[in-house]
Design a protein around this ligand. Structure first.
Ligand SMILES: *Cc1c(COP(=O)(O)O)cnc(C)c1O
Length: 410
């Protein structure tokens, strides 16, 4: 008989990739708190409290602010399946892997999907999005804010007004960026936005914060009336739509709303974790958290440049929390990454699609947007690069990062 395994015992790791990243210790502690029943007054009060915390995280007064249980793509799928009816035109500007994911999910929702693209490493000028909106006349614009595959941050501040002018619903996937880069759901005119915990919010994956404007809630409500066979005037010919139960935001809203109508059993430990992620961000202060991500992102950027590495993409539009560097000529990228993990316990990221084998991605987010984490990563990367055949300036990475910290008085 084979022996049963012992209790789970993960090795010490410093997760410096594009996500998932190390959780704040207090998030893990919150998640080990005692369970209560799903209608226990403590449970419902904690849900209400968490909704209020996430309104502040998103920068919104949206009543419909809640968590979808599942990883970030559960939030994406809930939003898209609930907002798109078969045949609805959907415009997806694609600037990396996650734009392709939005297009794929919108297609599975049987939307008529139109994409525009820029080369990886760039973002869209507002004019290009407006031109496509005028041409396609979409029901919904679905746009990633920060795409970890390319490290780019698409500016969103003018897109909401553009969508409002053309009567288009505006959805954004802010999974990679929320908590480390500004996001203002109301001021920027978002109708729907979704995220996850495992990037700048520094929790485990498994809960997807979602916020919906009143207009989005009305669209979802209208669709439910059609589904129930109560078609309104003008809707007589409306086609059916994908009828998910788990991702039906109408039902999920009834569960999180004052009526507390049973849907799923809210994932209690994830709720505790999500609440703690938001609480930590707001206690530190939204502006202070952004400034911290900016500082450590700049230190890492200066550090990799100090090691003589070439940074990928339009650095002016880079997210604060992740940088992509070209793997130096002659270095086996996978072997070097494995050595970072095996010899130093540090994880950095590989890449997808057109960047596979070309760049590594290094993150500085949430709990790991920290001076010691940045300096340790740079020191170890220097050692690994040298052992894998690259000629690197001795101490160049750590010194450049320390100069950034000295300049900032940090
Ligand atoms: C990391 C990331 C996701 C991850 O989705 P999961 O379902 O949590 O794996 C989604 N969207 C973007 C933009 C991301 O960067």
């Amino acid at each position: 008989m084979t022996a049963l395994p012992g209790p789970v015992s993960p090795p010490p790791r410093l997760l410096m990739g594009p996500g998932p990243i190390s959780a704040y210790p207090s998030v893990l502690r919150a998640m080990s708190s005692e369970l209560v029943g799903q209608y226990d007054p403590f449970m419902t009060a904690t849900m209400t409290e968490t909704q209020e915390l996430y309104r502040q995280v998103w920068g919104t007064a949206n009543e419909a602010t809640l968590l979808v249980d599942g990883t970030s793509r559960a939030g994406i799928e809930a939003a898209l399946i609930s907002l798109i009816r078969p045949g609805d035109r959907v415009l997806v500007p694609v600037f990396g892997r996650f734009g392709h994911l939005l297009a794929e999910i919108a297609e599975r929702a049987l939307g008529e999907v139109h994409t525009i693209e820029v080369p990886w490493g760039q973002v869209f000028p507002v004019s290009a999005i407006e031109e496509a909106v005028v041409r396609v006349k979409p029901h919904l614009l679905a746009l990633v804010q920060g795409d970890t595959s390319t490290t780019m941050l698409q500016p969103l501040e003018d897109i909401g007004a553009l969508c409002a002018r053309h009567g288009v619903l505006f959805y954004s996937d802010a999974t990679a960026s929320l908590g480390g880069n500004p996001f203002e759901a109301d001021a920027w005119g978002l109708d729907a936005a979704t995220a996850g915990l495992q990037k700048c919010l520094s929790g485990p994956s498994g809960s997807a914060p979602v916020t919906l404007s009143e207009r989005a809630v009305e669209v979802i409500g209208g669709r439910r009336r059609i589904e129930a066979g109560i078609r309104e005037e003008g809707d007589e010919d409306a086609p059916d739509f994908i009828r998910s139960n788990y991702f039906d935001l109408g039902m999920i809203l009834d569960y999180w709303g004052p009526r507390r109508l049973n849907h799923h059993t809210e994932a209690t430990s994830m709720l505790y974790g999500a609440r703690e992620c938001a609480r930590l961000m707001l206690i530190e202060g939204r502006d202070a958290v952004m400034a911290r991500h900016r500082l450590h992102g700049e230190a890492m950027l200066a550090g990799v440049q100090g090691l003589g590495l070439v940074v990928f993409g339009d650095v002016a539009h880079k997210m604060t929390n992740v940088v992509a560097v070209e793997i130096p000529e002659g270095v086996d990228g996978d072997a070097a990454r494995s050595a970072m993990l095996a010899d130093f316990g540090i994880e950095i990221g590989t890449s997808f699609g057109p960047l596979h084998g070309r760049v590594w991605r290094i993150g500085t987010m949430g709990y790991n947007a920290r001076k010691d984490a940045v300096l340790t990563t740079l020191a170890c990367l220097e050692a690994v690069l040298r052992r894998h055949g690259a000629s690197v300036p001795s101490g160049g990475g750590v010194d450049a990062a320390l100069d950034v910290y000295a300049g900032a008085g940090a």
